[in-house]
Design a protein around this ligand. Sequence first.
Ligand SMILES: Nc1ncnc2c1ncn2[C@@H]1O[C@H](COP(=O)(O)OP(=O)(O)OP(=O)(O)O)[C@@H](O)[C@H]1O
Ligand SMILES: [Mg+2]
Length: 250
Amino acid sequence: MSVVARLDNVSLRYGEKVVLQNCSLDVAEGSITCIIGLSGAGKSTILRLLNGLRKPNEGHVYVKGTDICHMSERALIDFRSQIGFAFQFAALFDSMTIGENVALPLREHTSLSEEEIEKIARTTLESVGLENTFTNFPSELSGGMIKRAGFARAVVTSPDIILFDEPTTGLDPIITHLLTDTIKRLRAKLNATAVVISHDLQSIYMMADYIAMLFEGAIIAYGTVQEVRKSSNPIVQQFLQGSEVGPIPL
Ligand SMILES: Nc1ncnc2c1ncn2[C@@H]1O[C@H](COP(=O)(O)OP(=O)(O)OP(=O)(O)O)[C@@H](O)[C@H]1O
Ligand SMILES: [Mg+2]
């Protein structure tokens, strides 16, 4: 397995609050790696570390062989253009059309002409099934469409790594299925690596090459879907069963 990103013994605190402690994770190149864990466990924090939005208090974060903790802000800005981020709350600009939102990373990171930018933005919207929304505003779209527009913005620069933070939370089962499929397709099309945070076990079982479970600051289980589902760790089993009974403090 070739590793494209690695958290190496990372500890991270927000003030006094310890969120990650000696947390290590290898992300296999070309995989879909799903991170699961309790609300507030630090899953979004891991994505912020992987694209350099946060630096750890201790440990290292390697992406494509480079320790990004020592990059200058300037270098980080360039680096981030190779990493797509579909945020937990889509984070589209309400005052911009869907087309303008999707085109934004191209405007920021490339010197392509207006024509080329519009062409790529349109093709990318098509690739997520939103061909007719270019001139719509986010407020005119459904929740599932907003998520897909967020995906389009995340992949418009053809990144090598795509981070999806809760791509299906709060959506109906059919849209969830559609979005899960879209993630698989986008990953394959770009020949990229995807790291996906999700609470939706059905969707995870459908797309994950690997599952990593975060608990009390560290990854306590890692493996294929089959391996993790068969884990003998009672914490993993309680989480997957959604049971109130077990070792997880409520
Ligand atoms: N900027 C911040 N300042 C202070 N505390 C923070 C900050 N960001 C996150 N936290 C806290 O750190 C913990 C981990 O946050 P994080 O968003 O990574 O969790 P999460 O696993 O993504 O949760 P959720 O499932 O609710 O999205 C939470 O308790 C959160 O309140
Ligand atoms: Mg989160």
